[in-house]
Design a protein around this ligand. Structure first.
Ligand code: PRT
Ligand code: ZN
Length: 296
């Protein structure tokens, strides 16, 4: 069996979270500050630290077996690679719930948007020429794409483009440049990808094991362990308010016959949605604890 390689971003918006996720999944690496390659200490899994733009190609060429990258970059690079390899394809194995952003069409804020049709014959600046072309094609629009590697948002004020397609998270950058987002090209987040081909059975087994672990850590991040006191006669109601938990643990409270302690596992979102109802049902002494890992 050969060692597996996982590619993640060396530095940038996804770097820290990606490394953290792998470490919480039980992978430990011999860190070396300046090197691009970190040797896996406890499993035959090594890390490759690269620019995010290189990750899709490393996966497509089978240099790395796993990689974490934004869906925006994965899709753009797959489309770019299709010129040489029409069969190029990368499917996310797992969306990772960080690095959220949207690839948006943005136009000057004083212009009205009537639909993608108005882009006909105009110039569009973007760092995502292939996704932009796909967007224009779906709307049957022909426009000039001006590929830029950075500072896309200043293109309209410089007069090099009429509109842009760029990533947006808070929208501050667009506002600062007197632009407004008018249509979504892609909704994106960081995702875990694998190399398209099949690996030898040992490596496939290791890859499956890693996937289970990463899923467990990721699920735990959204999950809370909730402990509360509840009136015994409203237990059913309280259990219903904590769905997602397998049957909750119910414990006697010393010296209190009418109240019990309830322990349950549920998602943080469900918990917040039902907090008021839990209180109305007589819940008290509510404690919410983080869950480190969840294994089936
Ligand atoms: O050096 P390397 O090539 O590895 O990194 P990079 O500079 O290409 O990428 P990086 O680290 O900036 O982003 C990595 C990934 O993070 C992107 O591919 C996206 O998947 C994701 N991401 C999430 C974002 C943003 N949010 C984001 N806001 N990437 C870029 N931005 C830009 C945006 O284009 C705008 O210019 O950040 C600026 C601020 O955005 P606002 O809307 O908050 O003002
Ligand atoms: Zn990049």
């Amino acid at each position: 069996m050969t060692r597996l390689k996982i590619a993640i971003q060396k530095s940038g918006r996804l770097a820290e979270k990606s490394l953290g996720l792998l470490e919480r999944s039980g992978l430990s690496f011999a860190r070396s500050k300046d090197k691009l390659f970190w040797y896996g200490r406890n499993l035959p899994v090594d890390l490759l630290l690269v620019r995010d733009d290189d990750i899709p190609r490393l996966l497509l060429e089978g240099v790395c077996q796993l990689g974490i990258v934004g869906e925006n970059v994965a899709l753009e690079k797959v489309l770019e690679n299709r010129r040489r390899r029409p069969e190029a394809r990368l499917e996310p194995m797992l969306k990772l719930e960080y690095g959220h952003c949207r690839l948006m069409l943005a136009i000057p804020e004083d212009e009205e948007f009537q639909g993608p049709g108005q882009l006909q014959g105009r110039r569009l600046a973007t760092s995502y020429p292939f996704l932009t072309r796909q967007y224009l094609d779906t709307h049957g629009v022909e426009a000039d794409i001006v590929p830029l590697n950075g500072a896309v948002e200043i293109a309209p004020s410089l007069g090099t483009a009429d509109a842009i397609v760029d990533l947006v998270s808070t929208g501050t950058t667009l506002r600062a440049n007197h632009l407004k987002a008018v249509d979504e090209v892609l909704d994106s987040q960081a995702a875990l990808y694998r190399t398209p081909g099949t690996l030898d059975p040992d490596n496939e087994a290791l890859l499956a094991k890693l996937l289970t672990r990463i899923q467990g850590v990721q699920q735990a991040a959204e999950t809370k362990y909730v402990m509360l006191h509840a009136p015994r006669d409203r237990l059913a109601e309280i259990s219903d308010l904590l769905p997602g938990a397998e049957s909750p643990t119910v414990l006697n409270l010393e010296g209190q016959s009418d109240r019990v302690a309830v322990h349950a596992v549920c998602t943080e979102q469900v918990f917040w949605e039902h907090l008021e109802e839990l209180k109305a049902a007589g819940a008290s002494a509510v404690l919410v604890l983080p869950v480190e890992k969840m294994l089936a």
